[in-house]
Design a protein around this ligand. Structure first.
Ligand SMILES: C[S@@+](CC[C@H](N)C(=O)[O-])C[C@H]1O[C@@H](n2cnc3c(N)ncnc32)[C@H](O)[C@@H]1O
Length: 200
């Protein structure tokens, strides 16, 4: 087991807050530009949810895309993430449209209907995936989308395929996914048809 892998397995497989600095830094913009990646899915006035937001690398980009009339709910299980995220949001002048929400490992607890959910490099840390994706499916509006992105260095093709199957079983319709450096991706939709499929 490599050093990075060993670190990620600490703390019951959840990425420790201090490790976020290793990938959440200015150099990351060279390969992951939040606004360029998300602009096709996130429009002015939307409610977006950044699950496993960490220190907010994508939260700020989402906040710019939803604009002053929109909202971003930044969700994480680790309180330490919110201190850094709150500072960054204030510095960027975006605090007014970002809500910080600390969740439990086995319950997101987001009550507000959402147009878009991002789960970037976090789903492999979730133990009960059927419950997790079922809850995301419930909180999305009909027509709402989930963009799931997992790290290639940590999630095998087979493991990612199994996770995508869990999403399909939760009711999502698969739409394909964008190319993202170092990552496996899939875009999904909560369509009316998918809901019917799930019930029948
Ligand atoms: C590798 S970090 C990725 C952070 C961020 N998405 C990014 O790309 O910079 C994974 C994050 O997911 C969070 N996380 C892990 N399990 C979670 C769960 N069940 N619900 C919400 N967040 C979770 C961790 O606390 C951590 O902040």
């Amino acid at each position: 087991m490599g050093c990075f892998e060993r670190l990620l397995r600490m703390n019951d497989r959840v990425c420790p807050w201090w490790l976020c600095y290793s990938f959440d830094n200015p150099l990351r913009r060279l390969i992951h530009d939040p606004e360029r990646l998300l602009e096709s899915y996130v429009k002015t006035g939307m409610t977006a949810v950044d699950i496993g937001c960490g220190m907010g690398y994508f939260t700020l980009g989402l906040a710019r895309l939803v604009g002053p009339g929109g909202k971003v709910i930044a969700v994480d299980i680790q309180e330490e993430m919110f201190a850094a995220l709150g500072r960054r949001a204030r510095k960027a002048g975006l605090s007014d449209r970002i809500v910080l929400h600390r969740c439990l490992p086995d319950r997101l607890g987001v009550e507000e209907p959402a147009d878009f959910v991002l789960a970037f490099w976090m789903a492999h840390e979730v133990r009960d995936k059927p419950r997790f994706f079922g809850e995301i499916f419930s909180l999305l509006k009909t027509g709402g989308r989930l963009l799931l992105i997992e790290p290639k260095f940590h999630v095998t093709r087979n493991s990612f395929g199994r996770t995508v199957e869990v999403c399909r079983a939760a009711g999502f319709r698969l739409l394909g996914g964008p190319a993202v450096a170092l990552s496996r991706t899939v875009l999904m939709e909560k369509s009316g048809l998918a809901c019917q499929n799930r019930i029948s």
